[in-house]
Structures are given as structure tokens and as C-alpha cells.
Design a protein around this ligand. Structure first.
Ligand code: FAD
Ligand code: NAP
Length: 315
């Protein structure tokens, strides 16, 4: 039986892995369905993690040393997709995986993060992967020397607009209100970048395309007027949904308490409503959705898990 199972290998899961193993738990596996590092690996640049002062530091380069550091202290990494976490009558947990196998664990730290939302306009799903994207670092290069459009007005939209403006001839930002929800210095950089044009009070009405992919976007303004933008790429940055699926039980209920948005309710120590089960990072209520805070959550949950495992082992 594992001392601790960590589900997800982003900043929260990796930090939990570092603290649990370095803090003395013997058998800890971090289950990650893809490459460790989490969603920040899709970011072109990180500049707000304390001490990470290198210029143009990509999210991928930033995260590579994290796993290496954990593994030095004995963290085991298994590339598996966890489908569900259930609880036995004795209070231990079962980790169900997509290949049909299971692990048991005394404690579980859930760090499954969040994924991009779709905005819901006509053609978004049809052309997803053929001109519609949610990752500028992954797909921006396809539009080198071309025009692209972005939907959204948060930090992701602003930062990725700046990144795309360096590759593309022109970037249109389509935002449904007349103010952005982003850091003021980032907004200032966006507004003063010559090849970024902002379309406030506007939404995509329809993605236009042909057999090859996207050819343009029809935009509708809040006053009812429309405009067509002939761009082969559309990036959608409209927020994120929490990845809480592993907590859904066979009867459809959640293993622990969640709020209406599906975010896991935790106390200040990342304790969920179930003893020995912790939720961290973007998945939890009131998450600042920052790498530094996800890492902080991971360390807090790990310290709690160490104390919990110690307590139940000496009962
Ligand atoms: P995630 O990073 O989402 O990691 C969760 C991990 O769990 C993923 O690797 C996923 O594959 C894995 N997983 C999910 N479900 C399962 C499952 N069922 N089984 C196994 N594995 C699973 N924050 C900043 O502080 N500064 C920035 O500059 C910044 N820029 C950003 C730019 C972009 C484009 C994006 C998208 C986000 C940015 N953020 C930034 C936010 C930051 O990346 C997140 O807040 C942070 O990564 C959350 O960490 P996490 O560990 O909670 O989750
Ligand atoms: P976000 O902050 O939730 O912003 C989403 C944006 O998309 C908002 O401007 C929203 O408009 C718009 N939107 C939502 N649904 C829409 C729809 N259906 N159609 C059109 N527009 C829609 O999401 P995010 O930018 O991805 O950021 C997520 C979190 O990660 C935030 O907490 C953010 O601070 C954090 N993050 C931080 C950094 C950083 O610190 N450098 C970088 C990236 C992300 P409204 O404004 O009208 O609601």
C-alpha cells in the first residue's frame, strides 16, 4: 500500500511529490497522464515565479528540473490516467486507472488542475485543431507571417497576444467587454504593441472555413454590427474548467464536497471533507491559479499527508 498517491504532475503535484518524499514518506507515486509539468508548459513565458529571472523563460524549460528534483528524493512517477479515486471502509483509498489496474493508498493528494474552456461559437468545435486552438506556443508557429485572432480578455489572452504579435503580422483581440481582466502592466504592453488591434464589445459569431481549415472569423459587436476578419488562425483563451472527474463516484456523487463550479472545497490546510484526501492548485476553491500558489498548496497538502499517515500508522 502506498503512503501517498499524488494525482497530477503539474506544479502542485510535483511540489507535493518533493515534500512527501523528502519529508519521509516511503512509498509515493505521482500519477500523471501526460508529460509532467502541467499547463504552464504550454506558456510561452513565465516571469512571475520568484527567483526565476531569466528573460523569455518558457514554461517548458521552467518545469523540466522540477521532476528531476523530486526523483532525487525517491518520488516514483507513473504515466497513467487515473479514472477515479474511491474510499474503502477502513479509510484507505483505491486509485482506479484507465488500463483497469488499481493501487491502494493511505492518503491521496489530488492535483489534476484545469483545462481550457470552449467559448461556444459556431464552427469552434468543427475547426478545432484545423485553425482553432487554445495553445499559442503549440500552434503559433503555423501562423508565422500571417494574421491571427484571439478571443478573451484575461491574463492568458493578453500574454499570448504579446507572444503571437512577435510571430504574426497582426493579432486581433476580440473581447466581449470594454475592459480586460489582466495585470495592468500586461494590458499596457498589449495596448502599445503596434500590430495588435483590439475589438472591444465584440464576440465571434462564426468561424469561416473550407476543407483546408479556418479562413476567417465573422465578429458581431454588442450594437449588432458585424465585421469579417480574414485570418487563418483563431486562439480561444476564455478561462478554464477544473479537472474534478477523478472524484466522481460510480453513483455520480463526488467523493468529497465541491462547490457549484465543481471546485473542491478545502480548508486552509488543503484538507477536503474526507480525512487523508487533499485537493491542491487550480482544482480547489478560491485558487489564485498561479504556479507559485499551486506549488504552495502542494507543500501544505504534503505536510498534512505526512502527519496523517504517521497518525494512522501508529494508531
Ligand atoms: P496543472 O498545471 O493543470 O497540472 C495538472 C496535471 O494533472 C496536468 O499535467 C494533467 O495532465 C494531470 N492530470 C489531470 N487529470 C489527470 C488524471 N485523471 N490522471 C493523471 N493525470 C492527470 N501561472 C503563473 O503563475 N504565471 C504565469 O505566467 C502563468 N502563465 C500561464 C499561461 C498559460 C497559457 C496558462 C494556460 C496558464 C498560466 N498560468 C500561469 C497558470 C498556471 O499554469 C496554473 O495556475 C498552474 O499550472 C496550476 O497548477 P496545477 O498543478 O494545479 O495544475
Ligand atoms: P480568465 O481570467 O477566466 O479570463 C477569461 C476571459 O475570457 C475573460 O476576459 C472573459 O470575459 C472571457 N470569456 C469567458 N467566457 C467567454 C465566452 N464564452 N466568450 C467570449 N469571452 C469569454 O481566464 P485566463 O485568462 O485563462 O486565466 C485563468 C487564470 O489563470 C486566472 O486566474 C489568471 O490570473 C491565471 N493566469 C495568470 C497568468 C499570470 O499570472 N501571468 C497568466 C495566465 C493565466 P470577461 O472578462 O467578460 O469575464
Amino acid at each position: 500500500m502506498l503512503d501517498c498517491a499524488i494525482i497530477g504532475g503539474g506544479p502542485a503535484g510535483l511540489t507535493a511529490g518533493l515534500y512527501t518524499t523528502r519529508g519521509g514518506l516511503d512509498d509515493v507515486i505521482m500519477f500523471e497522464k501526460g508529460m509532467p509539468g502541467g499547463q504552464i508548459t504550454s506558456s510561452s513565458e513565465i516571469e512571475n515565479y520568484p527567483g526565476a529571472t531569466a528573460r523569455n523563460l518558457s514554461g517548458m524549460d521552467f518545469m523540466i528540473p522540477w521532476l528531476e528534483q523530486c526523483q532525487r528524493f525517491g518520488l516514483k512517477h507513473e504515466m497513467s490516467e487515473v479514472t477515479r479515486v474511491s474510499r474503502n471502509e477502513d479509510g484507505t483509498f483505491v486509485i482506479h486507472k484507465s488500463d483497469g489496474t488499481t493501487n491502494t493508498a493511505k492518503s491521496v493528494i489530488v492535483a489534476t488542475g484545469s483545462t481550457p474552456k470552449r467559448a461556444g461559437f459556431i464552427g469552434e468545435d468543427k475547426y478545432f485543431g484545423r485553425g482553432v486552438s487554445t495553445c499559442a506556443t503549440c500552434d503559433g508557429f503555423f501562423y508565422k507571417g500571417k494574421e491571427v485572432a484571439i478571443v478573451g480578455g484575461g491574463d492568458t489572452a493578453m500574454e499570448e497576444a504579446l507572444y503571437l504579435a512577435k510571430i504574426c503580422t497582426k493579432v486581433y483581440i476580440i473581447h466581449r467587454r470594454d475592459t480586460f481582466r489582466s495585470a495592468p502592466n500586461t494590458i499596457e504592453r498589449v495596448k502599445t504593441t503596434p500590430n495588435i488591434e483590439i475589438l472591444f464589445n465584440a464576440s465571434p459569431q462564426e468561424v469561416l472555413g473550407d476543407a483546408m481549415g479556418v479562413t476567417g472569423i465573422r465578429v458581431v459587436f454588442n450594437d449588432g454590427s458585424t465585421r469579417q476578419i480574414d485570418a487563418p488562425g483563431l486562439f480561444v483563451f476564455v478561462g478554464r474548467d477544473v479537472n474534478n472527474e477523478v472524484l466522481i463516484q460510480e453513483d455520480g456523487s463526488f467523493l468529497c464536497e465541491t462547490n457549484n463550479a465543481g471546485e473542491v472545497i478545502v480548508d486552509i490546510n488543503m484538507n477536503t471533507s474526507i480525512p487523508g484526501l487533499y485537493a491542491t492548485g487550480d482544482l480547489r476553491i478560491s485558487a489564485p491559479k498561479q504556479v507559485v500558489s499551486a506549488a504552495g498548496d502542494g507543500s501544505i497538502a504534503a505536510l498534512q499527508a505526512i502527519a496523517y499517515v504517521d497518525k494512522i500508522s501508529h494508531r
